[in-house]
Design a binder for this molecule. Structure first.
Ligand code: GLN
Ligand code: ZN
Length: 751
């Protein structure tokens, strides 16, 4: 028996972000397209080799992309939006779709399910010129073959593709499904004639999202037709991020060769195994989206349980999803105990290979035997490691008696109004001010030891001084210090809290050439010293106006990190909340009267399955309330969220009970804001009136119109005036006039 290991997909950005560098050079015009192609080819070659050397049998082609694999699928279908059709050069057009041009806005980008990867949203309409463009797929397949592989070909499935598309005027994109499917059929026929028995991995992650009847009813006919179109192909329909039991029942009725299921984030998949019948099962047992070394014994046990229902020789061992979501390799990380607990993409490939062998009882090499042994002892050691468990945190958590703040909103707001004495329609900003190259350099120089602590502090203070002076000068009501000491709103706190690790090279693609390096929460989170008090106190000392303290909330910290998997998220959130509550207490003691706790990522962490939502909402709300539980009634708690679609989550927002919430509405207007009105939301709201994603500087009149429009749905007595989000990505030349206009417009409307 052989052929029992598969990798869903491999990261493409490169071990040292080679693709990012090559892309940015090409975009900047400092290199030719040929140069970019050469880099891409070398990366693909290297990535195939990484998997081949480890003995993986099913290795992907077409998992590479210059920008995004959903955008590649749009191009494969020739679903080019009208505004880009006049660009004749394919590469130029591809990047124009992703990034926009002077004349044509970029296509929309959104989060890939509940990950931090962003894809380009396909646009379908009546004149979409559907037509097969299989060039990239064939090229990569041929290339892989030339380097000695018989690769599988990865595709995004037609149902997921259409399900994620948008159509103009709120039309249902499934109106175009037949046209999309016929291009897929043509593609499969073409691939069928290319080579014998090609394995095709068709990803349909949309099947895990509480599939509606309409969608389910498409599965059988679609996969029957696809199977017919490519009779000689071995089709795997692959799913991930949750269970896909409803879809499995449908897929079972089709002649496809295999079904791929995620047994890490979709434990319920164990319940639908009897439908696999004679098909192969691609069993995702190695976590493809977190960075912990696999507990091989646990995974073997899982595989054995699966094999009680699905015969061993039908099981293919795999990652739970594409490795796109984890960094490249541990090779580049400095030695440390924690390092031995981790596995990035390359190491996960090794784990899958080893599991495949052990599962089938194949003879192991000495090295492999050692790896297995080391893993066994590692999990024993890890369990008792003092790096992970901090008794004082356990202790503090046990002693918590107050889990939410004192006083109902109505009572609190009265006291706050008295303490703060703000005009009607108070103005504020979301926290950060422009991150200039100079301030970035100051932070970097300090980090690298190139400047002294004194120099660093005086530079940060200078920035704060300028920020405060500017805000006073234009007449803002609640000021901020501008966040010059922060690289990133999660990293900053992670670096100051116990329990976090920052990797050296743990980059993950976020979109296009943009990569993020999420922190790793490996142990109990603990605050050992104040994190923000010094800067906020300093900023407050520079003004008689109110200075807002600025913190990041527990849910956001968790959603933007790699999180330990030996504790429930609810407990980790509690630990972080406790640390924040301590910080709030200290800020209050330093006479700070308004404190904002950002929960920018609350919404994107929502579970994909309805049945898990309640539990998520519970710990999200509980941790927020615990975080602000130390705030006195007089202290005004703000929160900020980076979107405006609160339709499904108004109850959660209400339960969080922040005194003021600032949100993003400059682009969407009142359409989404109305929901607060509809549910008679009683706390205060700051709907964004300045679109910070655009370099445009709105005029005073435009601001007035924005504010007046918001006032149609928000009670004047409860409304704040502020931008959509932080200003860190904007330039001072834009921010200065824009905020001046914003404040001026507000003052005019007050009179
Ligand atoms: N306080 C943060 C800032 O202004 C909030 C950022 C965010 O919401 N993403 O930068
Ligand atoms: Zn925001």
């Amino acid at each position: 028996m052989t052929n029992n290991t598969l990798i869903s997909g491999f990261p493409r950005i490169g071990e040292n972000r080679e693709l990012k560098i090559a892309l940015e050079r090409y975009w900047a015009g400092t290199s030719e397209y040929l140069e970019l192609e050469k880099t891409a080819k070398a990366l693909r070659e290297k990535h195939w080799l990484e998997q081949k050397q480890k003995g993986i049998e099913y290795i992907s082609s077409n998992d590479f992309s210059y920008y995004d694999h959903i955008l590649d699928t749009s191009v494969m279908l020739n679903a080019i939006p009208k505004r880009f059709r006049s660009i004749s050069d394919p590469a130029e057009r591809y990047f124009a779709m992703a990034r926009g041009t002077d004349d044509a806005a970029a296509m929309e980008m959104t989060k890939w399910f509940n990950t931090n990867y962003h894809f380009i949203v396909p646009e379908l309409d009546n004149d979409t010129p559907f037509q097969l463009n299989e060039k990239k797929i064939i090229q990569e397949y041929t290339e892989a073959k030339a380097s000695g592989l018989k690769p599988k070909i990865n595709l995004i499935g037609p149902i997921t593709f259409v399900g994620l598309s948008k159509a103009p005027g709120g039309k249902d994109p499934f109106e175009y499904f037949d046209r999309v499917l016929s291009v897929y059929k043509e593609l499969l026929a073409t691939l069928d004639s290319l080579d014998d028995s090609i394995t095709l991995q068709i990803d349909e992650p949309i099947f895990v999202k509480n599939p509606e009847t309409k969608l389910l009813s498409l599965i059988k006919s679609t996969y029957d037709e696809l199977s017919l179109a490519g009779k000689g192909l071995r089709i795997i329909c692959n799913t991930y991020f949750e269970h896909a039991c409803e879809a499995v029942e449908e897929l079972a009725k089709t002649p496809i060769w295999a079904i791929g299921l995620d047994f890490i984030y979709g434990k319920s998949n164990l319940q639908c195994l009897e439908h696999i019948n004679e098909k192969k099962l691609v069993a995702g047992v190695v976590d493809g989206r977190n960075i912990w070394a696999d507990d091989l014994d646990y995974s073997l046990d899982l595989l054995n349980r699966i094999s009680e229902i699905v015969p061993k020789d039908q099981i293919i061992v795999s990652t739970s999803c594409s490795l796109l979501h984890v960094p490249y390799s541990l090779r580049n990380e400095p030695e440390s105990e924690i390092k031995s607990w981790l596995a990035f993409a390359v190491e996960k490939v090794e784990e899958v290979a080893l599991l495949g062998k052990v599962f089938l009882g194949k003879p192991l090499s000495e090295v492999e035997k050692q790896t297995l042994e080391k893993r066994r002892s590692l999990f024993k050691v890890k369990k008792n490691s003092s790096l992970i468990t901090n008794p004082s945190v356990t202790d503090k958590l046990k002693r918590i008696s107050v889990t939410s703040r004192d006083g109902a909103f109505e009572e609190r707001i009265k006291l706050q109004k008295k303490a703060l004495n703000l005009p009607s329609l108070p103005t504020t900003t979301i926290g950060s001010f422009p991150q200039t190259p100079e301030i970035r350099k100051v932070r970097l120089d300090f980090k690298k030891g190139r400047i002294s602590n004194d120099t660093y502090e005086s530079e940060i203070k200078k920035y704060i001084d300028d920020c405060v002076a500017f805000q006073e000068q234009i007449g803002l009501d609640v000021l901020v210090h501008g966040e010059p000491e922060r690289n990133d709103m999660v990293e900053y706190f992670g670096e100051l809290l116990d329990g976090f690790l920052f990797t050296k090279n743990g980059w993950v693609q976020s979109y296009g050439s943009r990569c993020v390096k999420p922190p790793v929460i490996y142990g109990d989170v603990n605050r050992t010293k104040p994190m923000t008090v010094k800067w906020i106190r300093y900023a407050q000392s520079r003004t008689k106006k109110i200075m807002k303290g600025m913190l990041t909330g527990p849910v956001t910290i968790i959603n933007w990190s790699f999180v330990r998997n030996d504790l429930p998220r609810s407990v980790i959130a509690k630990q972080i909340a406790l640390a924040i509550s301590e910080e709030i207490s200290d800020l209050q003691d330093a006479s700070i009267k308004v404190i904002q706790v950002d929960e920018a990522a609350l919404k994107e962490g929502y579970p994909l399955r309805e049945k898990n939502i309640k539990e998520y909402e519970k710990w999200a709300v509980d941790s927020f309330k615990l975080a602000v539980s130390t705030a006195n009634k007089e202290t005004q708690i703000h929160t900020h969220m980076c979107y405006s679609d609160f339709n499904d989550i108004t109850k959660t927002i209400e339960e969080m009970d922040a005194d003021v919430i600032t949100i993003e509405t400059a682009r969407s207007g009142n359409r989404l804001l109305r929901v607060f009105h509809d549910v008679s939301y009683k706390n205060e709201i700051g709907p964004g009136v300045y679109d910070i994603h655009s370099p445009r500087i709105p005029t005073i009149d435009e601001f007035k119109n924005q504010i007046k429009e918001r006032l149609l749905v928000v009670d004047r007595a409860k409304m704040w005036v502020n931008p959509d989000c932080g200003l860190k990505t904007r330039r001072w030349e834009e921010v200065k006039p824009a905020l001046t206009h914003m404040v001026q417009a507000t003052m005019d409307l007050r009179n």
